[in-house]
Write a protein that binds this ligand. Structure first.
Ligand SMILES: Cc1ncc(COP(=O)(O)O)c(C=O)c1O
Length: 425
């Protein structure tokens, strides 16, 4: 009984639509010219295991869009390291855009950054436990000078007191950037007056603490929220009103802490373009938008193009879908749905990603997911053979980019560089 309802439920998924006929792209050639070139290149020179591709031609287009924004707005760019987690990728973008500013979120990556980018200026993107900060100092080597080049992010006066004790213990001065809750409600200072105890502690301990600025992250401004929650313009106005109140409070009550060189950080990929309309912030943070995985298919990033794909080879082609237990009775499924008449097992799988090429690939829904050999169904006309690559588009960048070993940088359909990703320790 149980088994029958399982199968019938499966018949419903996509069956009716798919029974109508072949899907676009099913004309004997699995990929369009773009993916066909990558397929050829990977078969000849690729690792023949799952690989993460960064398309440099497309990345260059996104860099150009951001560069023009920076030119128009007069703002600086801070690259979000966790979203572009390979030092050579960060270097490539940083050199082209001309920024040495990084935003880091993870102590092991922070120690790597301090070594790989001794000239950089680093702002933490989240408040780390004080023990993580202590580990950073214990492990730090090289010419990067944290007392000039690093800003710790602080959200509460309790944490600031812990960092003060660390500074006293290490015998150094910490630069402190204060997290503002500009509407995301992920912590930080929500009322300007609540800045007072933090700024007072900084003012009272000039040997060990230095005020370095504010960070107010507002991705919701560009996230396509329902109109009823506010238009992007209205949301931005609220963000900036709070930011302005915090700036005014500091200037008024702690004028000695204020100076022109402070870091007034804001935005993320979804919202950066909205900040062209304000002149209070000094810099925007951008990471993921430069690669544009699918969760960043937002109107605010319409000028950006997808520049990241997963490629993985087909290991096996086994014909119509056959389910364990159902065996030949599975034929009913492929009779119903032409896109279950061919079955491929690919190398790896179960990623945060959707099929990109060839068109018409689908998960079975009945067979289950696999990180080792994922089952992929299609129509026989899809034209894929063993050793051909399929391509997927990640939904996000940060975690996905760390799952494949070296990134393969491609240009003009050729692998031109292999870039190691960050290690966790
Ligand atoms: C504080 C902060 N700024 C900026 C960003 C933007 O990163 P991305 O451009 O990769 O979305 C993030 C992302 O999590 C963040 O936490």
């Amino acid at each position: 009984m149980k088994r029958r309802s399982f199968v019938l439920a499966g018949l419903g998924t996509g069956g009716l639509l798919a029974a109508v006929g072949l899907r676009p792209g099913d004309h004997g050639q699995p990929h369009d010219a773009y993916f066909q070139a990558l397929n050829r290149e990977l078969k000849a020179n690729g690792p023949m295991r799952p690989a993460l591709l960064i398309d440099l031609d497309r990345l260059d287009q996104n860099i150009e869009v951001v560069r023009q924004f920076l030119e128009r707005s007069g703002k600086h760019l801070r690259l979000v390291e966790k979203s572009l987690p390979a030092p050579d990728l960060l270097r490539y973008i940083g050199e082209r855009i001309g920024t040495r500013r990084l935003m880091s979120f993870h102590q092991p990556f922070l120690n790597h950054d301090a070594q790989a980018f001794p000239e950089s200026d680093i702002l933490l993107g989240k408040p780390l436990p004080v023990r993580s900060a202590q580990l950073f100092y214990q492990q730090h080597r090289g010419p990067f000078d944290p007392s000039r080049q690093l800003q710790w992010l602080i959200d509460t006066s309790e944490r600031l007191a812990q960092y003060l004790a660390l500074a006293q213990g290490v015998g150094t001065r910490l630069r402190i950037n204060i997290e503002l809750d500009v509407g995301l409600h992920r912590g930080g200072i929500a009322e300007a007056q609540a800045l007072a105890p933090l700024l007072q502690l900084i003012a009272d301990n000039p040997q060990h603490l230095e005020f370095a600025g504010f960070m107010g992250y507002d991705p919701f401004v560009g996230m396509n929220l329902p109109e009823l929650l506010g238009t992007p313009e209205e949301l931005l106005a609220k963000v900036m009103a709070h930011y302005q109140r915090c700036v005014d409070f500091t200037r008024q009550h702690f004028p000695a802490l204020w100076h022109e060189g402070l870091t007034l950080n804001t935005a993320g990929s979804p919202s950066y373009s909205a900040h062209e309309r304000e002149s209070l912030s000094s810099e925007v943070s951008i990471g993921t938008g430069l690669l544009k995985p699918s969760h960043y298919d937002l109107p605010s990033l319409a000028g950006h193009v997808p520049a990241v794909y997963i490629a993985t080879p087909v290991l096996k082609r086994t014909g119509a879908l056959r389910l364990p237990g159902l065996d030949d009775k599975s034929r009913l499924l492929s009779w119903w749905d032409v896109n279950q008449r061919e079955t491929f097992f690919v190398y790896g799988g179960n990623w945060l990603a959707d099929f990109a090429s060839p068109a018409g690939l689908q998960l079975s829904g009945l067979f289950g997911r696999s990180s080792n050999q994922e089952l992929v169904n299609a129509s026989p006309a899809v034209g894929l053979g063993v050793d051909d690559q399929i391509f997927l588009r990640p939904t996000q960048s940060e975690a996905v980019l760390l799952q494949f070993g070296d990134l393969l940088a491609v240009r003009g359909g050729r692998i031109v560089e292999r870039w190691p990703v960050y290690q966790e320790s």
